[in-house]
Design a protein around this ligand. Sequence first.
Ligand code: NAI
Ligand code: OAA
Length: 311
Amino acid sequence: MKVTIVGAGNVGASCADVISYRGIASEVVLLDIKEGFAEGKAMDIMQCATTTGFNTQVSGVTNDYSKTADSDVVVITSGIPRKPGMTREELIGINAGIVKSVAENILKFSPNTIIVVVSNPMDTMTYLTLKATGLPKNRIIGMGGALDSSRFKYYLSKALNKPANDVQGMVIGGHGDTTMIPLTRLASYNGAPVANYLSQEELEKVAADTMVGGATLTGLLGTSAWYAPGASVAYLVDSILNNQNRMIACSVLLEGEYGQSDICLGVPCIIGKNGVEEIVDVKLNEAEKATFAKSADAVRAMNGDLKAVLA
Ligand SMILES: NC(=O)C1=CN([C@@H]2O[C@H](COP(=O)(O)OP(=O)(O)OC[C@H]3O[C@@H](n4cnc5c(N)ncnc54)[C@H](O)[C@@H]3O)[C@@H](O)[C@H]2O)C=CC1
Ligand SMILES: O=C([O-])CC(=O)C(=O)O
């Protein structure tokens, strides 16, 4: 199975590292516009093969899309990341043009691929990719919810003082500081509602910390995060390539689900060999439905800025 990752920067390279280390794909191609950069990242990762013990073949290319031919999955991480104090939405001006041209180039050589969109603002970039390529909706998946959910579980585990792997929870809605929706009511500590153990005030703090999880890291690192984003993409790619049918919150085209249409937004999806196999209805209550509608309004307003690039 072959995976191409466009953008060999922090997130792209981290993703390639996890995919190879865990043997998720037999071949990974890193592509970047910066001369020699993807080649260097690929060589560095390949020099881990004998010490960490993997057989995945990782190669790097400078803007040569012919080397990406017949990829089963293509991950788009090309574009600029935010700096401290910025929102993800501020990246649209530069990233929209990059994402559109990358998606078009990819399809010339891998017409049957499934595309995973990572570049920010991710929900709007996913919608752009869908509109620009005209691919069926099951083959365009925005990655954000897997990462946001892992941060939610991290903050819940800290509040509970229990191992993160004993915590279940999901974040839906937009992948933005104000549009994310941590589903606190449905989160559990090994099946028991977290509200059994945490006060309302503690739960609100967990949700607030989750929503600004990316901004917090950007403030600490000077650029946005990459280890958890790279691992989250690899988790999603694994579910596609190995047909695991995991339920993962992903940004996908909604056509009436969750009361929304003509928008890509984070909802729980079954992810398997065809990409999005199914959208799962987790039965939101009235307050959650209203929050979801507000999140959709904000993302829809952002999508309005795509007119020029889609013209
Ligand atoms: N959806 C999510 O959950 C997350 C999204 N992101 C987003 O992912 C993107 C990448 O972030 P980082 O890897 O930290 O940035 P980075 O700056 O480390 O890497 C981006 C790479 O894209 C390359 N690039 C730019 N234009 C290109 C083109 N036309 N073709 C090929 N490569 C091109 C650059 O040369 C650079 O190496 C950002 O937009 C960031 O906001 C980051 C983390 C999580
Ligand atoms: O915060 C950012 O800009 C990058 C990102 O999407 C994340 O780490 O969640």
